[in-house]
Ligand binder design. Structure first.
Ligand SMILES: NC(=O)c1ccc[n+]([C@@H]2O[C@H](COP(=O)([O-])OP(=O)(O)OC[C@H]3O[C@@H](n4cnc5c(N)ncnc54)[C@H](OP(=O)(O)O)[C@@H]3O)[C@@H](O)[C@H]2O)c1
Length: 270
């Protein structure tokens, strides 16, 4: 396997680095001294960002143009992770939403959303964990959403893809707990980005400042959470006990489901 990085920290791969949260991740990781591979579909933007970060932070930057809703795009990124030992961090950030009831969501949008938000994230998580475990270290950051906690009107598919990211990423902790590999789940709330236009939700503007966060604050809090060793980071959740309570209730429900007797309320036993 090749070594491509001159940086002591190695190479960070950021998906969805051409705008929004991913663009800020790229900037902050370059600032920390990571070399970068920037992934998205808009090559012009990626090249501009790559040149700017290489210039400002004296790191190596590379552009990998890939549509991650297509298998060929996922394979290109997976290959980059597998064949270069210096890849030490992956941010699975690329994702999109569509603000529509299910019955009005075009089939191709539905399919591409699941392919990007779920399938690509799953495949790249697997590739990264296989590589990082073999290399003895590495950091996987998966970007979910507060929208994965409970149904929210108008985003049935998006919310469900983010519920998947929550459960999937939490499930990976048991696979890395005895290793130096880290997995962090990041759950942004409402963050101002182009993603809202992509979702067709511009009519939501202007949301009150009190509930929306900047991309910079979101990523800075997420990286602070990473530095603090958090497994789950919710930048906008003011009281972290809410997350612990949620996890405790979910774990109790899971245990309670293991019972061979139909519940009395169904009246099957006299
Ligand atoms: N903004 C929020 O309120 C919010 C809240 C919670 C979670 N999130 C999550 O945060 C992540 C980033 O979203 P954002 O708000 O920063 O939105 P954004 O500004 O629209 O950024 C999305 C990024 O994903 C890339 N992308 C989209 N489709 C892609 C594809 N098929 N293949 C490869 N790259 C693709 C886009 O680049 P190209 O178009 O150039 O491909 C862009 O770089 C998403 O996972 C989103 O669900 C956002």
């Amino acid at each position: 396997m090749a070594h491509s990085s001159a940086s002591k920290l190695g190479v960070a791969i950021v998906t969805g680095a051409s705008s929004g949260i991913g663009k800020v991740y790229a900037e902050r990781l370059a600032r920390r001294g990571y070399d970068l591979v920037l992934v998205a579909r808009r090559e012009d933007r990626l090249r501009q960002i790559a040149a700017d970060l290489a210039d400002r932070f004296q790191v190596c930057t590379e552009v990998l143009v890939a549509d991650l809703s297509e298998q060929v795009g996922v394979s290109a990124v997976a290959d980059r992770i597998s064949r270069d030992r210096s890849v030490s961090l992956l941010v699975n950030n690329a994702g999109f939403s569509a603000l529509k009831p299910l019955t009005e969501t075009p089939d191709d949008v539905m399919v591409r959303m699941i392919a990007l938000n779920v399938t690509a994230l799953t495949a790249l998580s697997k590739t990264a964990l296989v590589a990082f475990k073999a290399r003895g270290s590495g950091v996987l950051i998966n970007v979910g959403s507060g929208a994965g906690f409970a149904p929210y009107p108008g985003i049935p598919v998006y919310g469900a893809t983010k519920a998947y990211v929550y459960l999937f990423t939490q499930s990976l902790q048991s696979e890395v707990e005895a290793t130096a590999v880290r997995v962090q789940l990041v759950l942004p709330g409402a963050v101002i980005s182009e993603g809202w236009d992509v979702a067709g939700g511009a009519e939501l503007d202007p949301l009150p400042d009190s509930i929306v966060m900047t991309t910079e604050d979101c990523v800075d809090a997420a990286l602070a959470g990473l530095d603090q060793g958090e497994l789950v980071t919710a930048p906008s959740l003011q009281d972290a006990s809410g997350m612990r309570d949620y996890e405790a209730v979910a774990a109790t429900l899971l245990q309670a489901m293991f019972d061979g007797r139909p519940a009395p309320r169904y009246g099957l036993r006299s």
